[in-house]
Write a protein that binds this ligand. Sequence first.
Ligand code: DGL
Length: 272
Amino acid sequence: MDCKNKAIGIFDSGLGGLTAMKELMNVLPSEDIVYFGDTGRVPYGNRSVDTIIKYAEQDVNFLLKHNVKAIIAACGTVSSVATGLPHTLTVPFTGVVKPTCEAAVKATKNGRIGVIGTTATIGSHSYKKQIAELAPHIEVVEKDCPLFVPLVENGFTDPDDIIVRSVVERYVTELMEKSVDTVILGCTHYPLLKAAVSQIMGENVTLIDSGRATALFTAELLKGKGLLREEEREATYKFFVSDTPHNFESLAGIFLGRNIENKVTQIDIEQF
Ligand code: DGL
């Protein structure tokens, strides 16, 4: 098969990577996508570096078995912690950190950027280091939000829900006190809480979502390597998870705005 006609592989610990997939579907509508959500082992963000790297390697091995032409780690945690991964791969690879930081640096006006992410992501200071490389004068305030991923995986995203509001308030107050004007949603699950974060932080704070920036970065990456599909066509999407598909199917279907009932396959990720 011509390399251009192969699918793009995307993975995350669960639903979060769909925020990148949705944007990729808009940016590159003719490209097939294979999505893997490691729902049996979510969350990744409170695990050790060694465990996250092992999981990420297995996720990548699974996607490579599907003969993908490129891989997106649509997971802030993997992108931050498994930084050696791209060097072991023969297909183009991107995480979410670099594209998202570029977008945030462009957006800030007062030079103060907040970063929220999982505990592993914030502990790695990946976003802070990347911003320092791009624009050393910018001040970065970091805050881990370990309850956000479980909220999203359980469908708690309504900004008017008292539980959602109090958890979000607890985490973002510190960033508000530091007067950041831009906040990086440094975990791909967090765009699902965007309405809640925005309601509490106010509309003057710009929220940077990794999905769009990463989709645009991927399009450029594939273009640069001559790997974009040439003809316009209807793309096919395949979904795999490592636990029972039921919860993923309903939440992912709502999020993507398409019915994926009975279209999600459960696999044993420990075999890869
Ligand atoms: N979406 C993942 C991220 O971007 C969630 C990590 C987790 O499972 O804790 O970090």
